[in-house]
Design a protein around this ligand. Sequence first.
Ligand code: FES
Ligand SMILES: [Fe+2]
Length: 426
Amino acid sequence: MSEPRFADQLCTELLKVLGTADHQLETVLARLNAIALRPLGESAWTAESLSRALRQDLALPVASQYHYATLVQGRGAHPARATKREPRRTPEERAHRLLRFGLRNQWYCVAASSEVKDRPTGMVRLGEQLVLWRDSTGRVHAMEDRCPHRGLALSVGSVAGDTIRCIYHGVEVDQHGVVRKVPGLPDCPLEGRKLLHHYPTVEHYGAIWAYFGIEDGEPPELKLPYELTDAHWSAEIHFDVWPGNYHYIYDNLLDPMHGIVLHGQTYTQSRGPHTDRVQVRENDGGFEVFREGQRGVNLDWMEFVESDGAYYVRVEIPLPPSAGPGGPMHISFYVTPVDDNKTRITVFRSRRVVGWEKDLWHFLYHRKLKAIFDGVLAQDLVVANALPPWPAQENLYQHDIGLIQMRRKLERLAQMQAADLGLGDY
Ligand code: FES
Ligand SMILES: [Fe+2]
């Protein structure tokens, strides 16, 4: 591993070079070779020594002063699904609950891969208690966090090969929610019965998505942003749980005009005119929200993407030359309700980079840029903390056109789903 002080010095020099010269590898090497700093044990910077120095640094632990990530554990007080003892809800009540806790028949990004290790992990998502766990092959599974025997959380149990075992009487359940073993009673009638709802999962790029269907069944294929599937792009993941209903997060993401005010002191955010009008344009997979008077200056363009039951927001963030090659950073932002008053955010920060540019992006990210980007999110978190319980009393104006579009879409879908649910338990 490289010395931290060496990496700090290299980072400082690279920021200077990138901010004042073109981003060609030859230029960067020539400028580095003109200063006193040398690669460890070598007399000159080459493509190889630079790549080595950039990559070695990735092994360093990542620390951030803005780290709020918490996995919400335990049992929620307000489960979204009705219990058997509650009276059946009207379609209007169901639509309102769907809006508050999150629409069904969708893929949601529920956890980071790093949060689910060899033990079952409990969490609340969309007002439901889930347990995530890995089987003997490392494949991740998600299901109701409830032992079919007497209702104990399975997340305090353990993994036994390809089943999860309850700590209370040892009942074992497989990934489809089928009871496989009741150890204390051979031939128990519970064995072989599917007694728990399970959630299909996909793991990709360090994150886990789960499908929240209305009923059990085959989900549509999860379509991911091109930034996470195209080898020309390279991403870093950031996740957290924020206070407030998930509507507030979408509101924030589809509101370009807060950039120059809330984030005005940060990085590129104060650039450009401070007054403007906002437009919305529908496209194939959702809609774009953008400032009329500028593009590519700061927070001035974003897109709500809706693809086969998975929603995310793409935001384009122009970066200054010192942030190196790769063009504007793209953010793919996944919003997952925890309950009606907390929201899990998963943010993929990507740039279009390959080869040494990719090494450089990740090096600069961990050394310098992550703290800046997290600092911007910390400003949004101040807002999330200061908003009233959803929904707020409001007087909207022209700039709120993006969030109005989003709210209409969610309301329409909630009404459709509430009608489709028939006599379901929601
Ligand atoms: S409650 Fe889980 S085995 Fe009895
Ligand atoms: Fe913001």
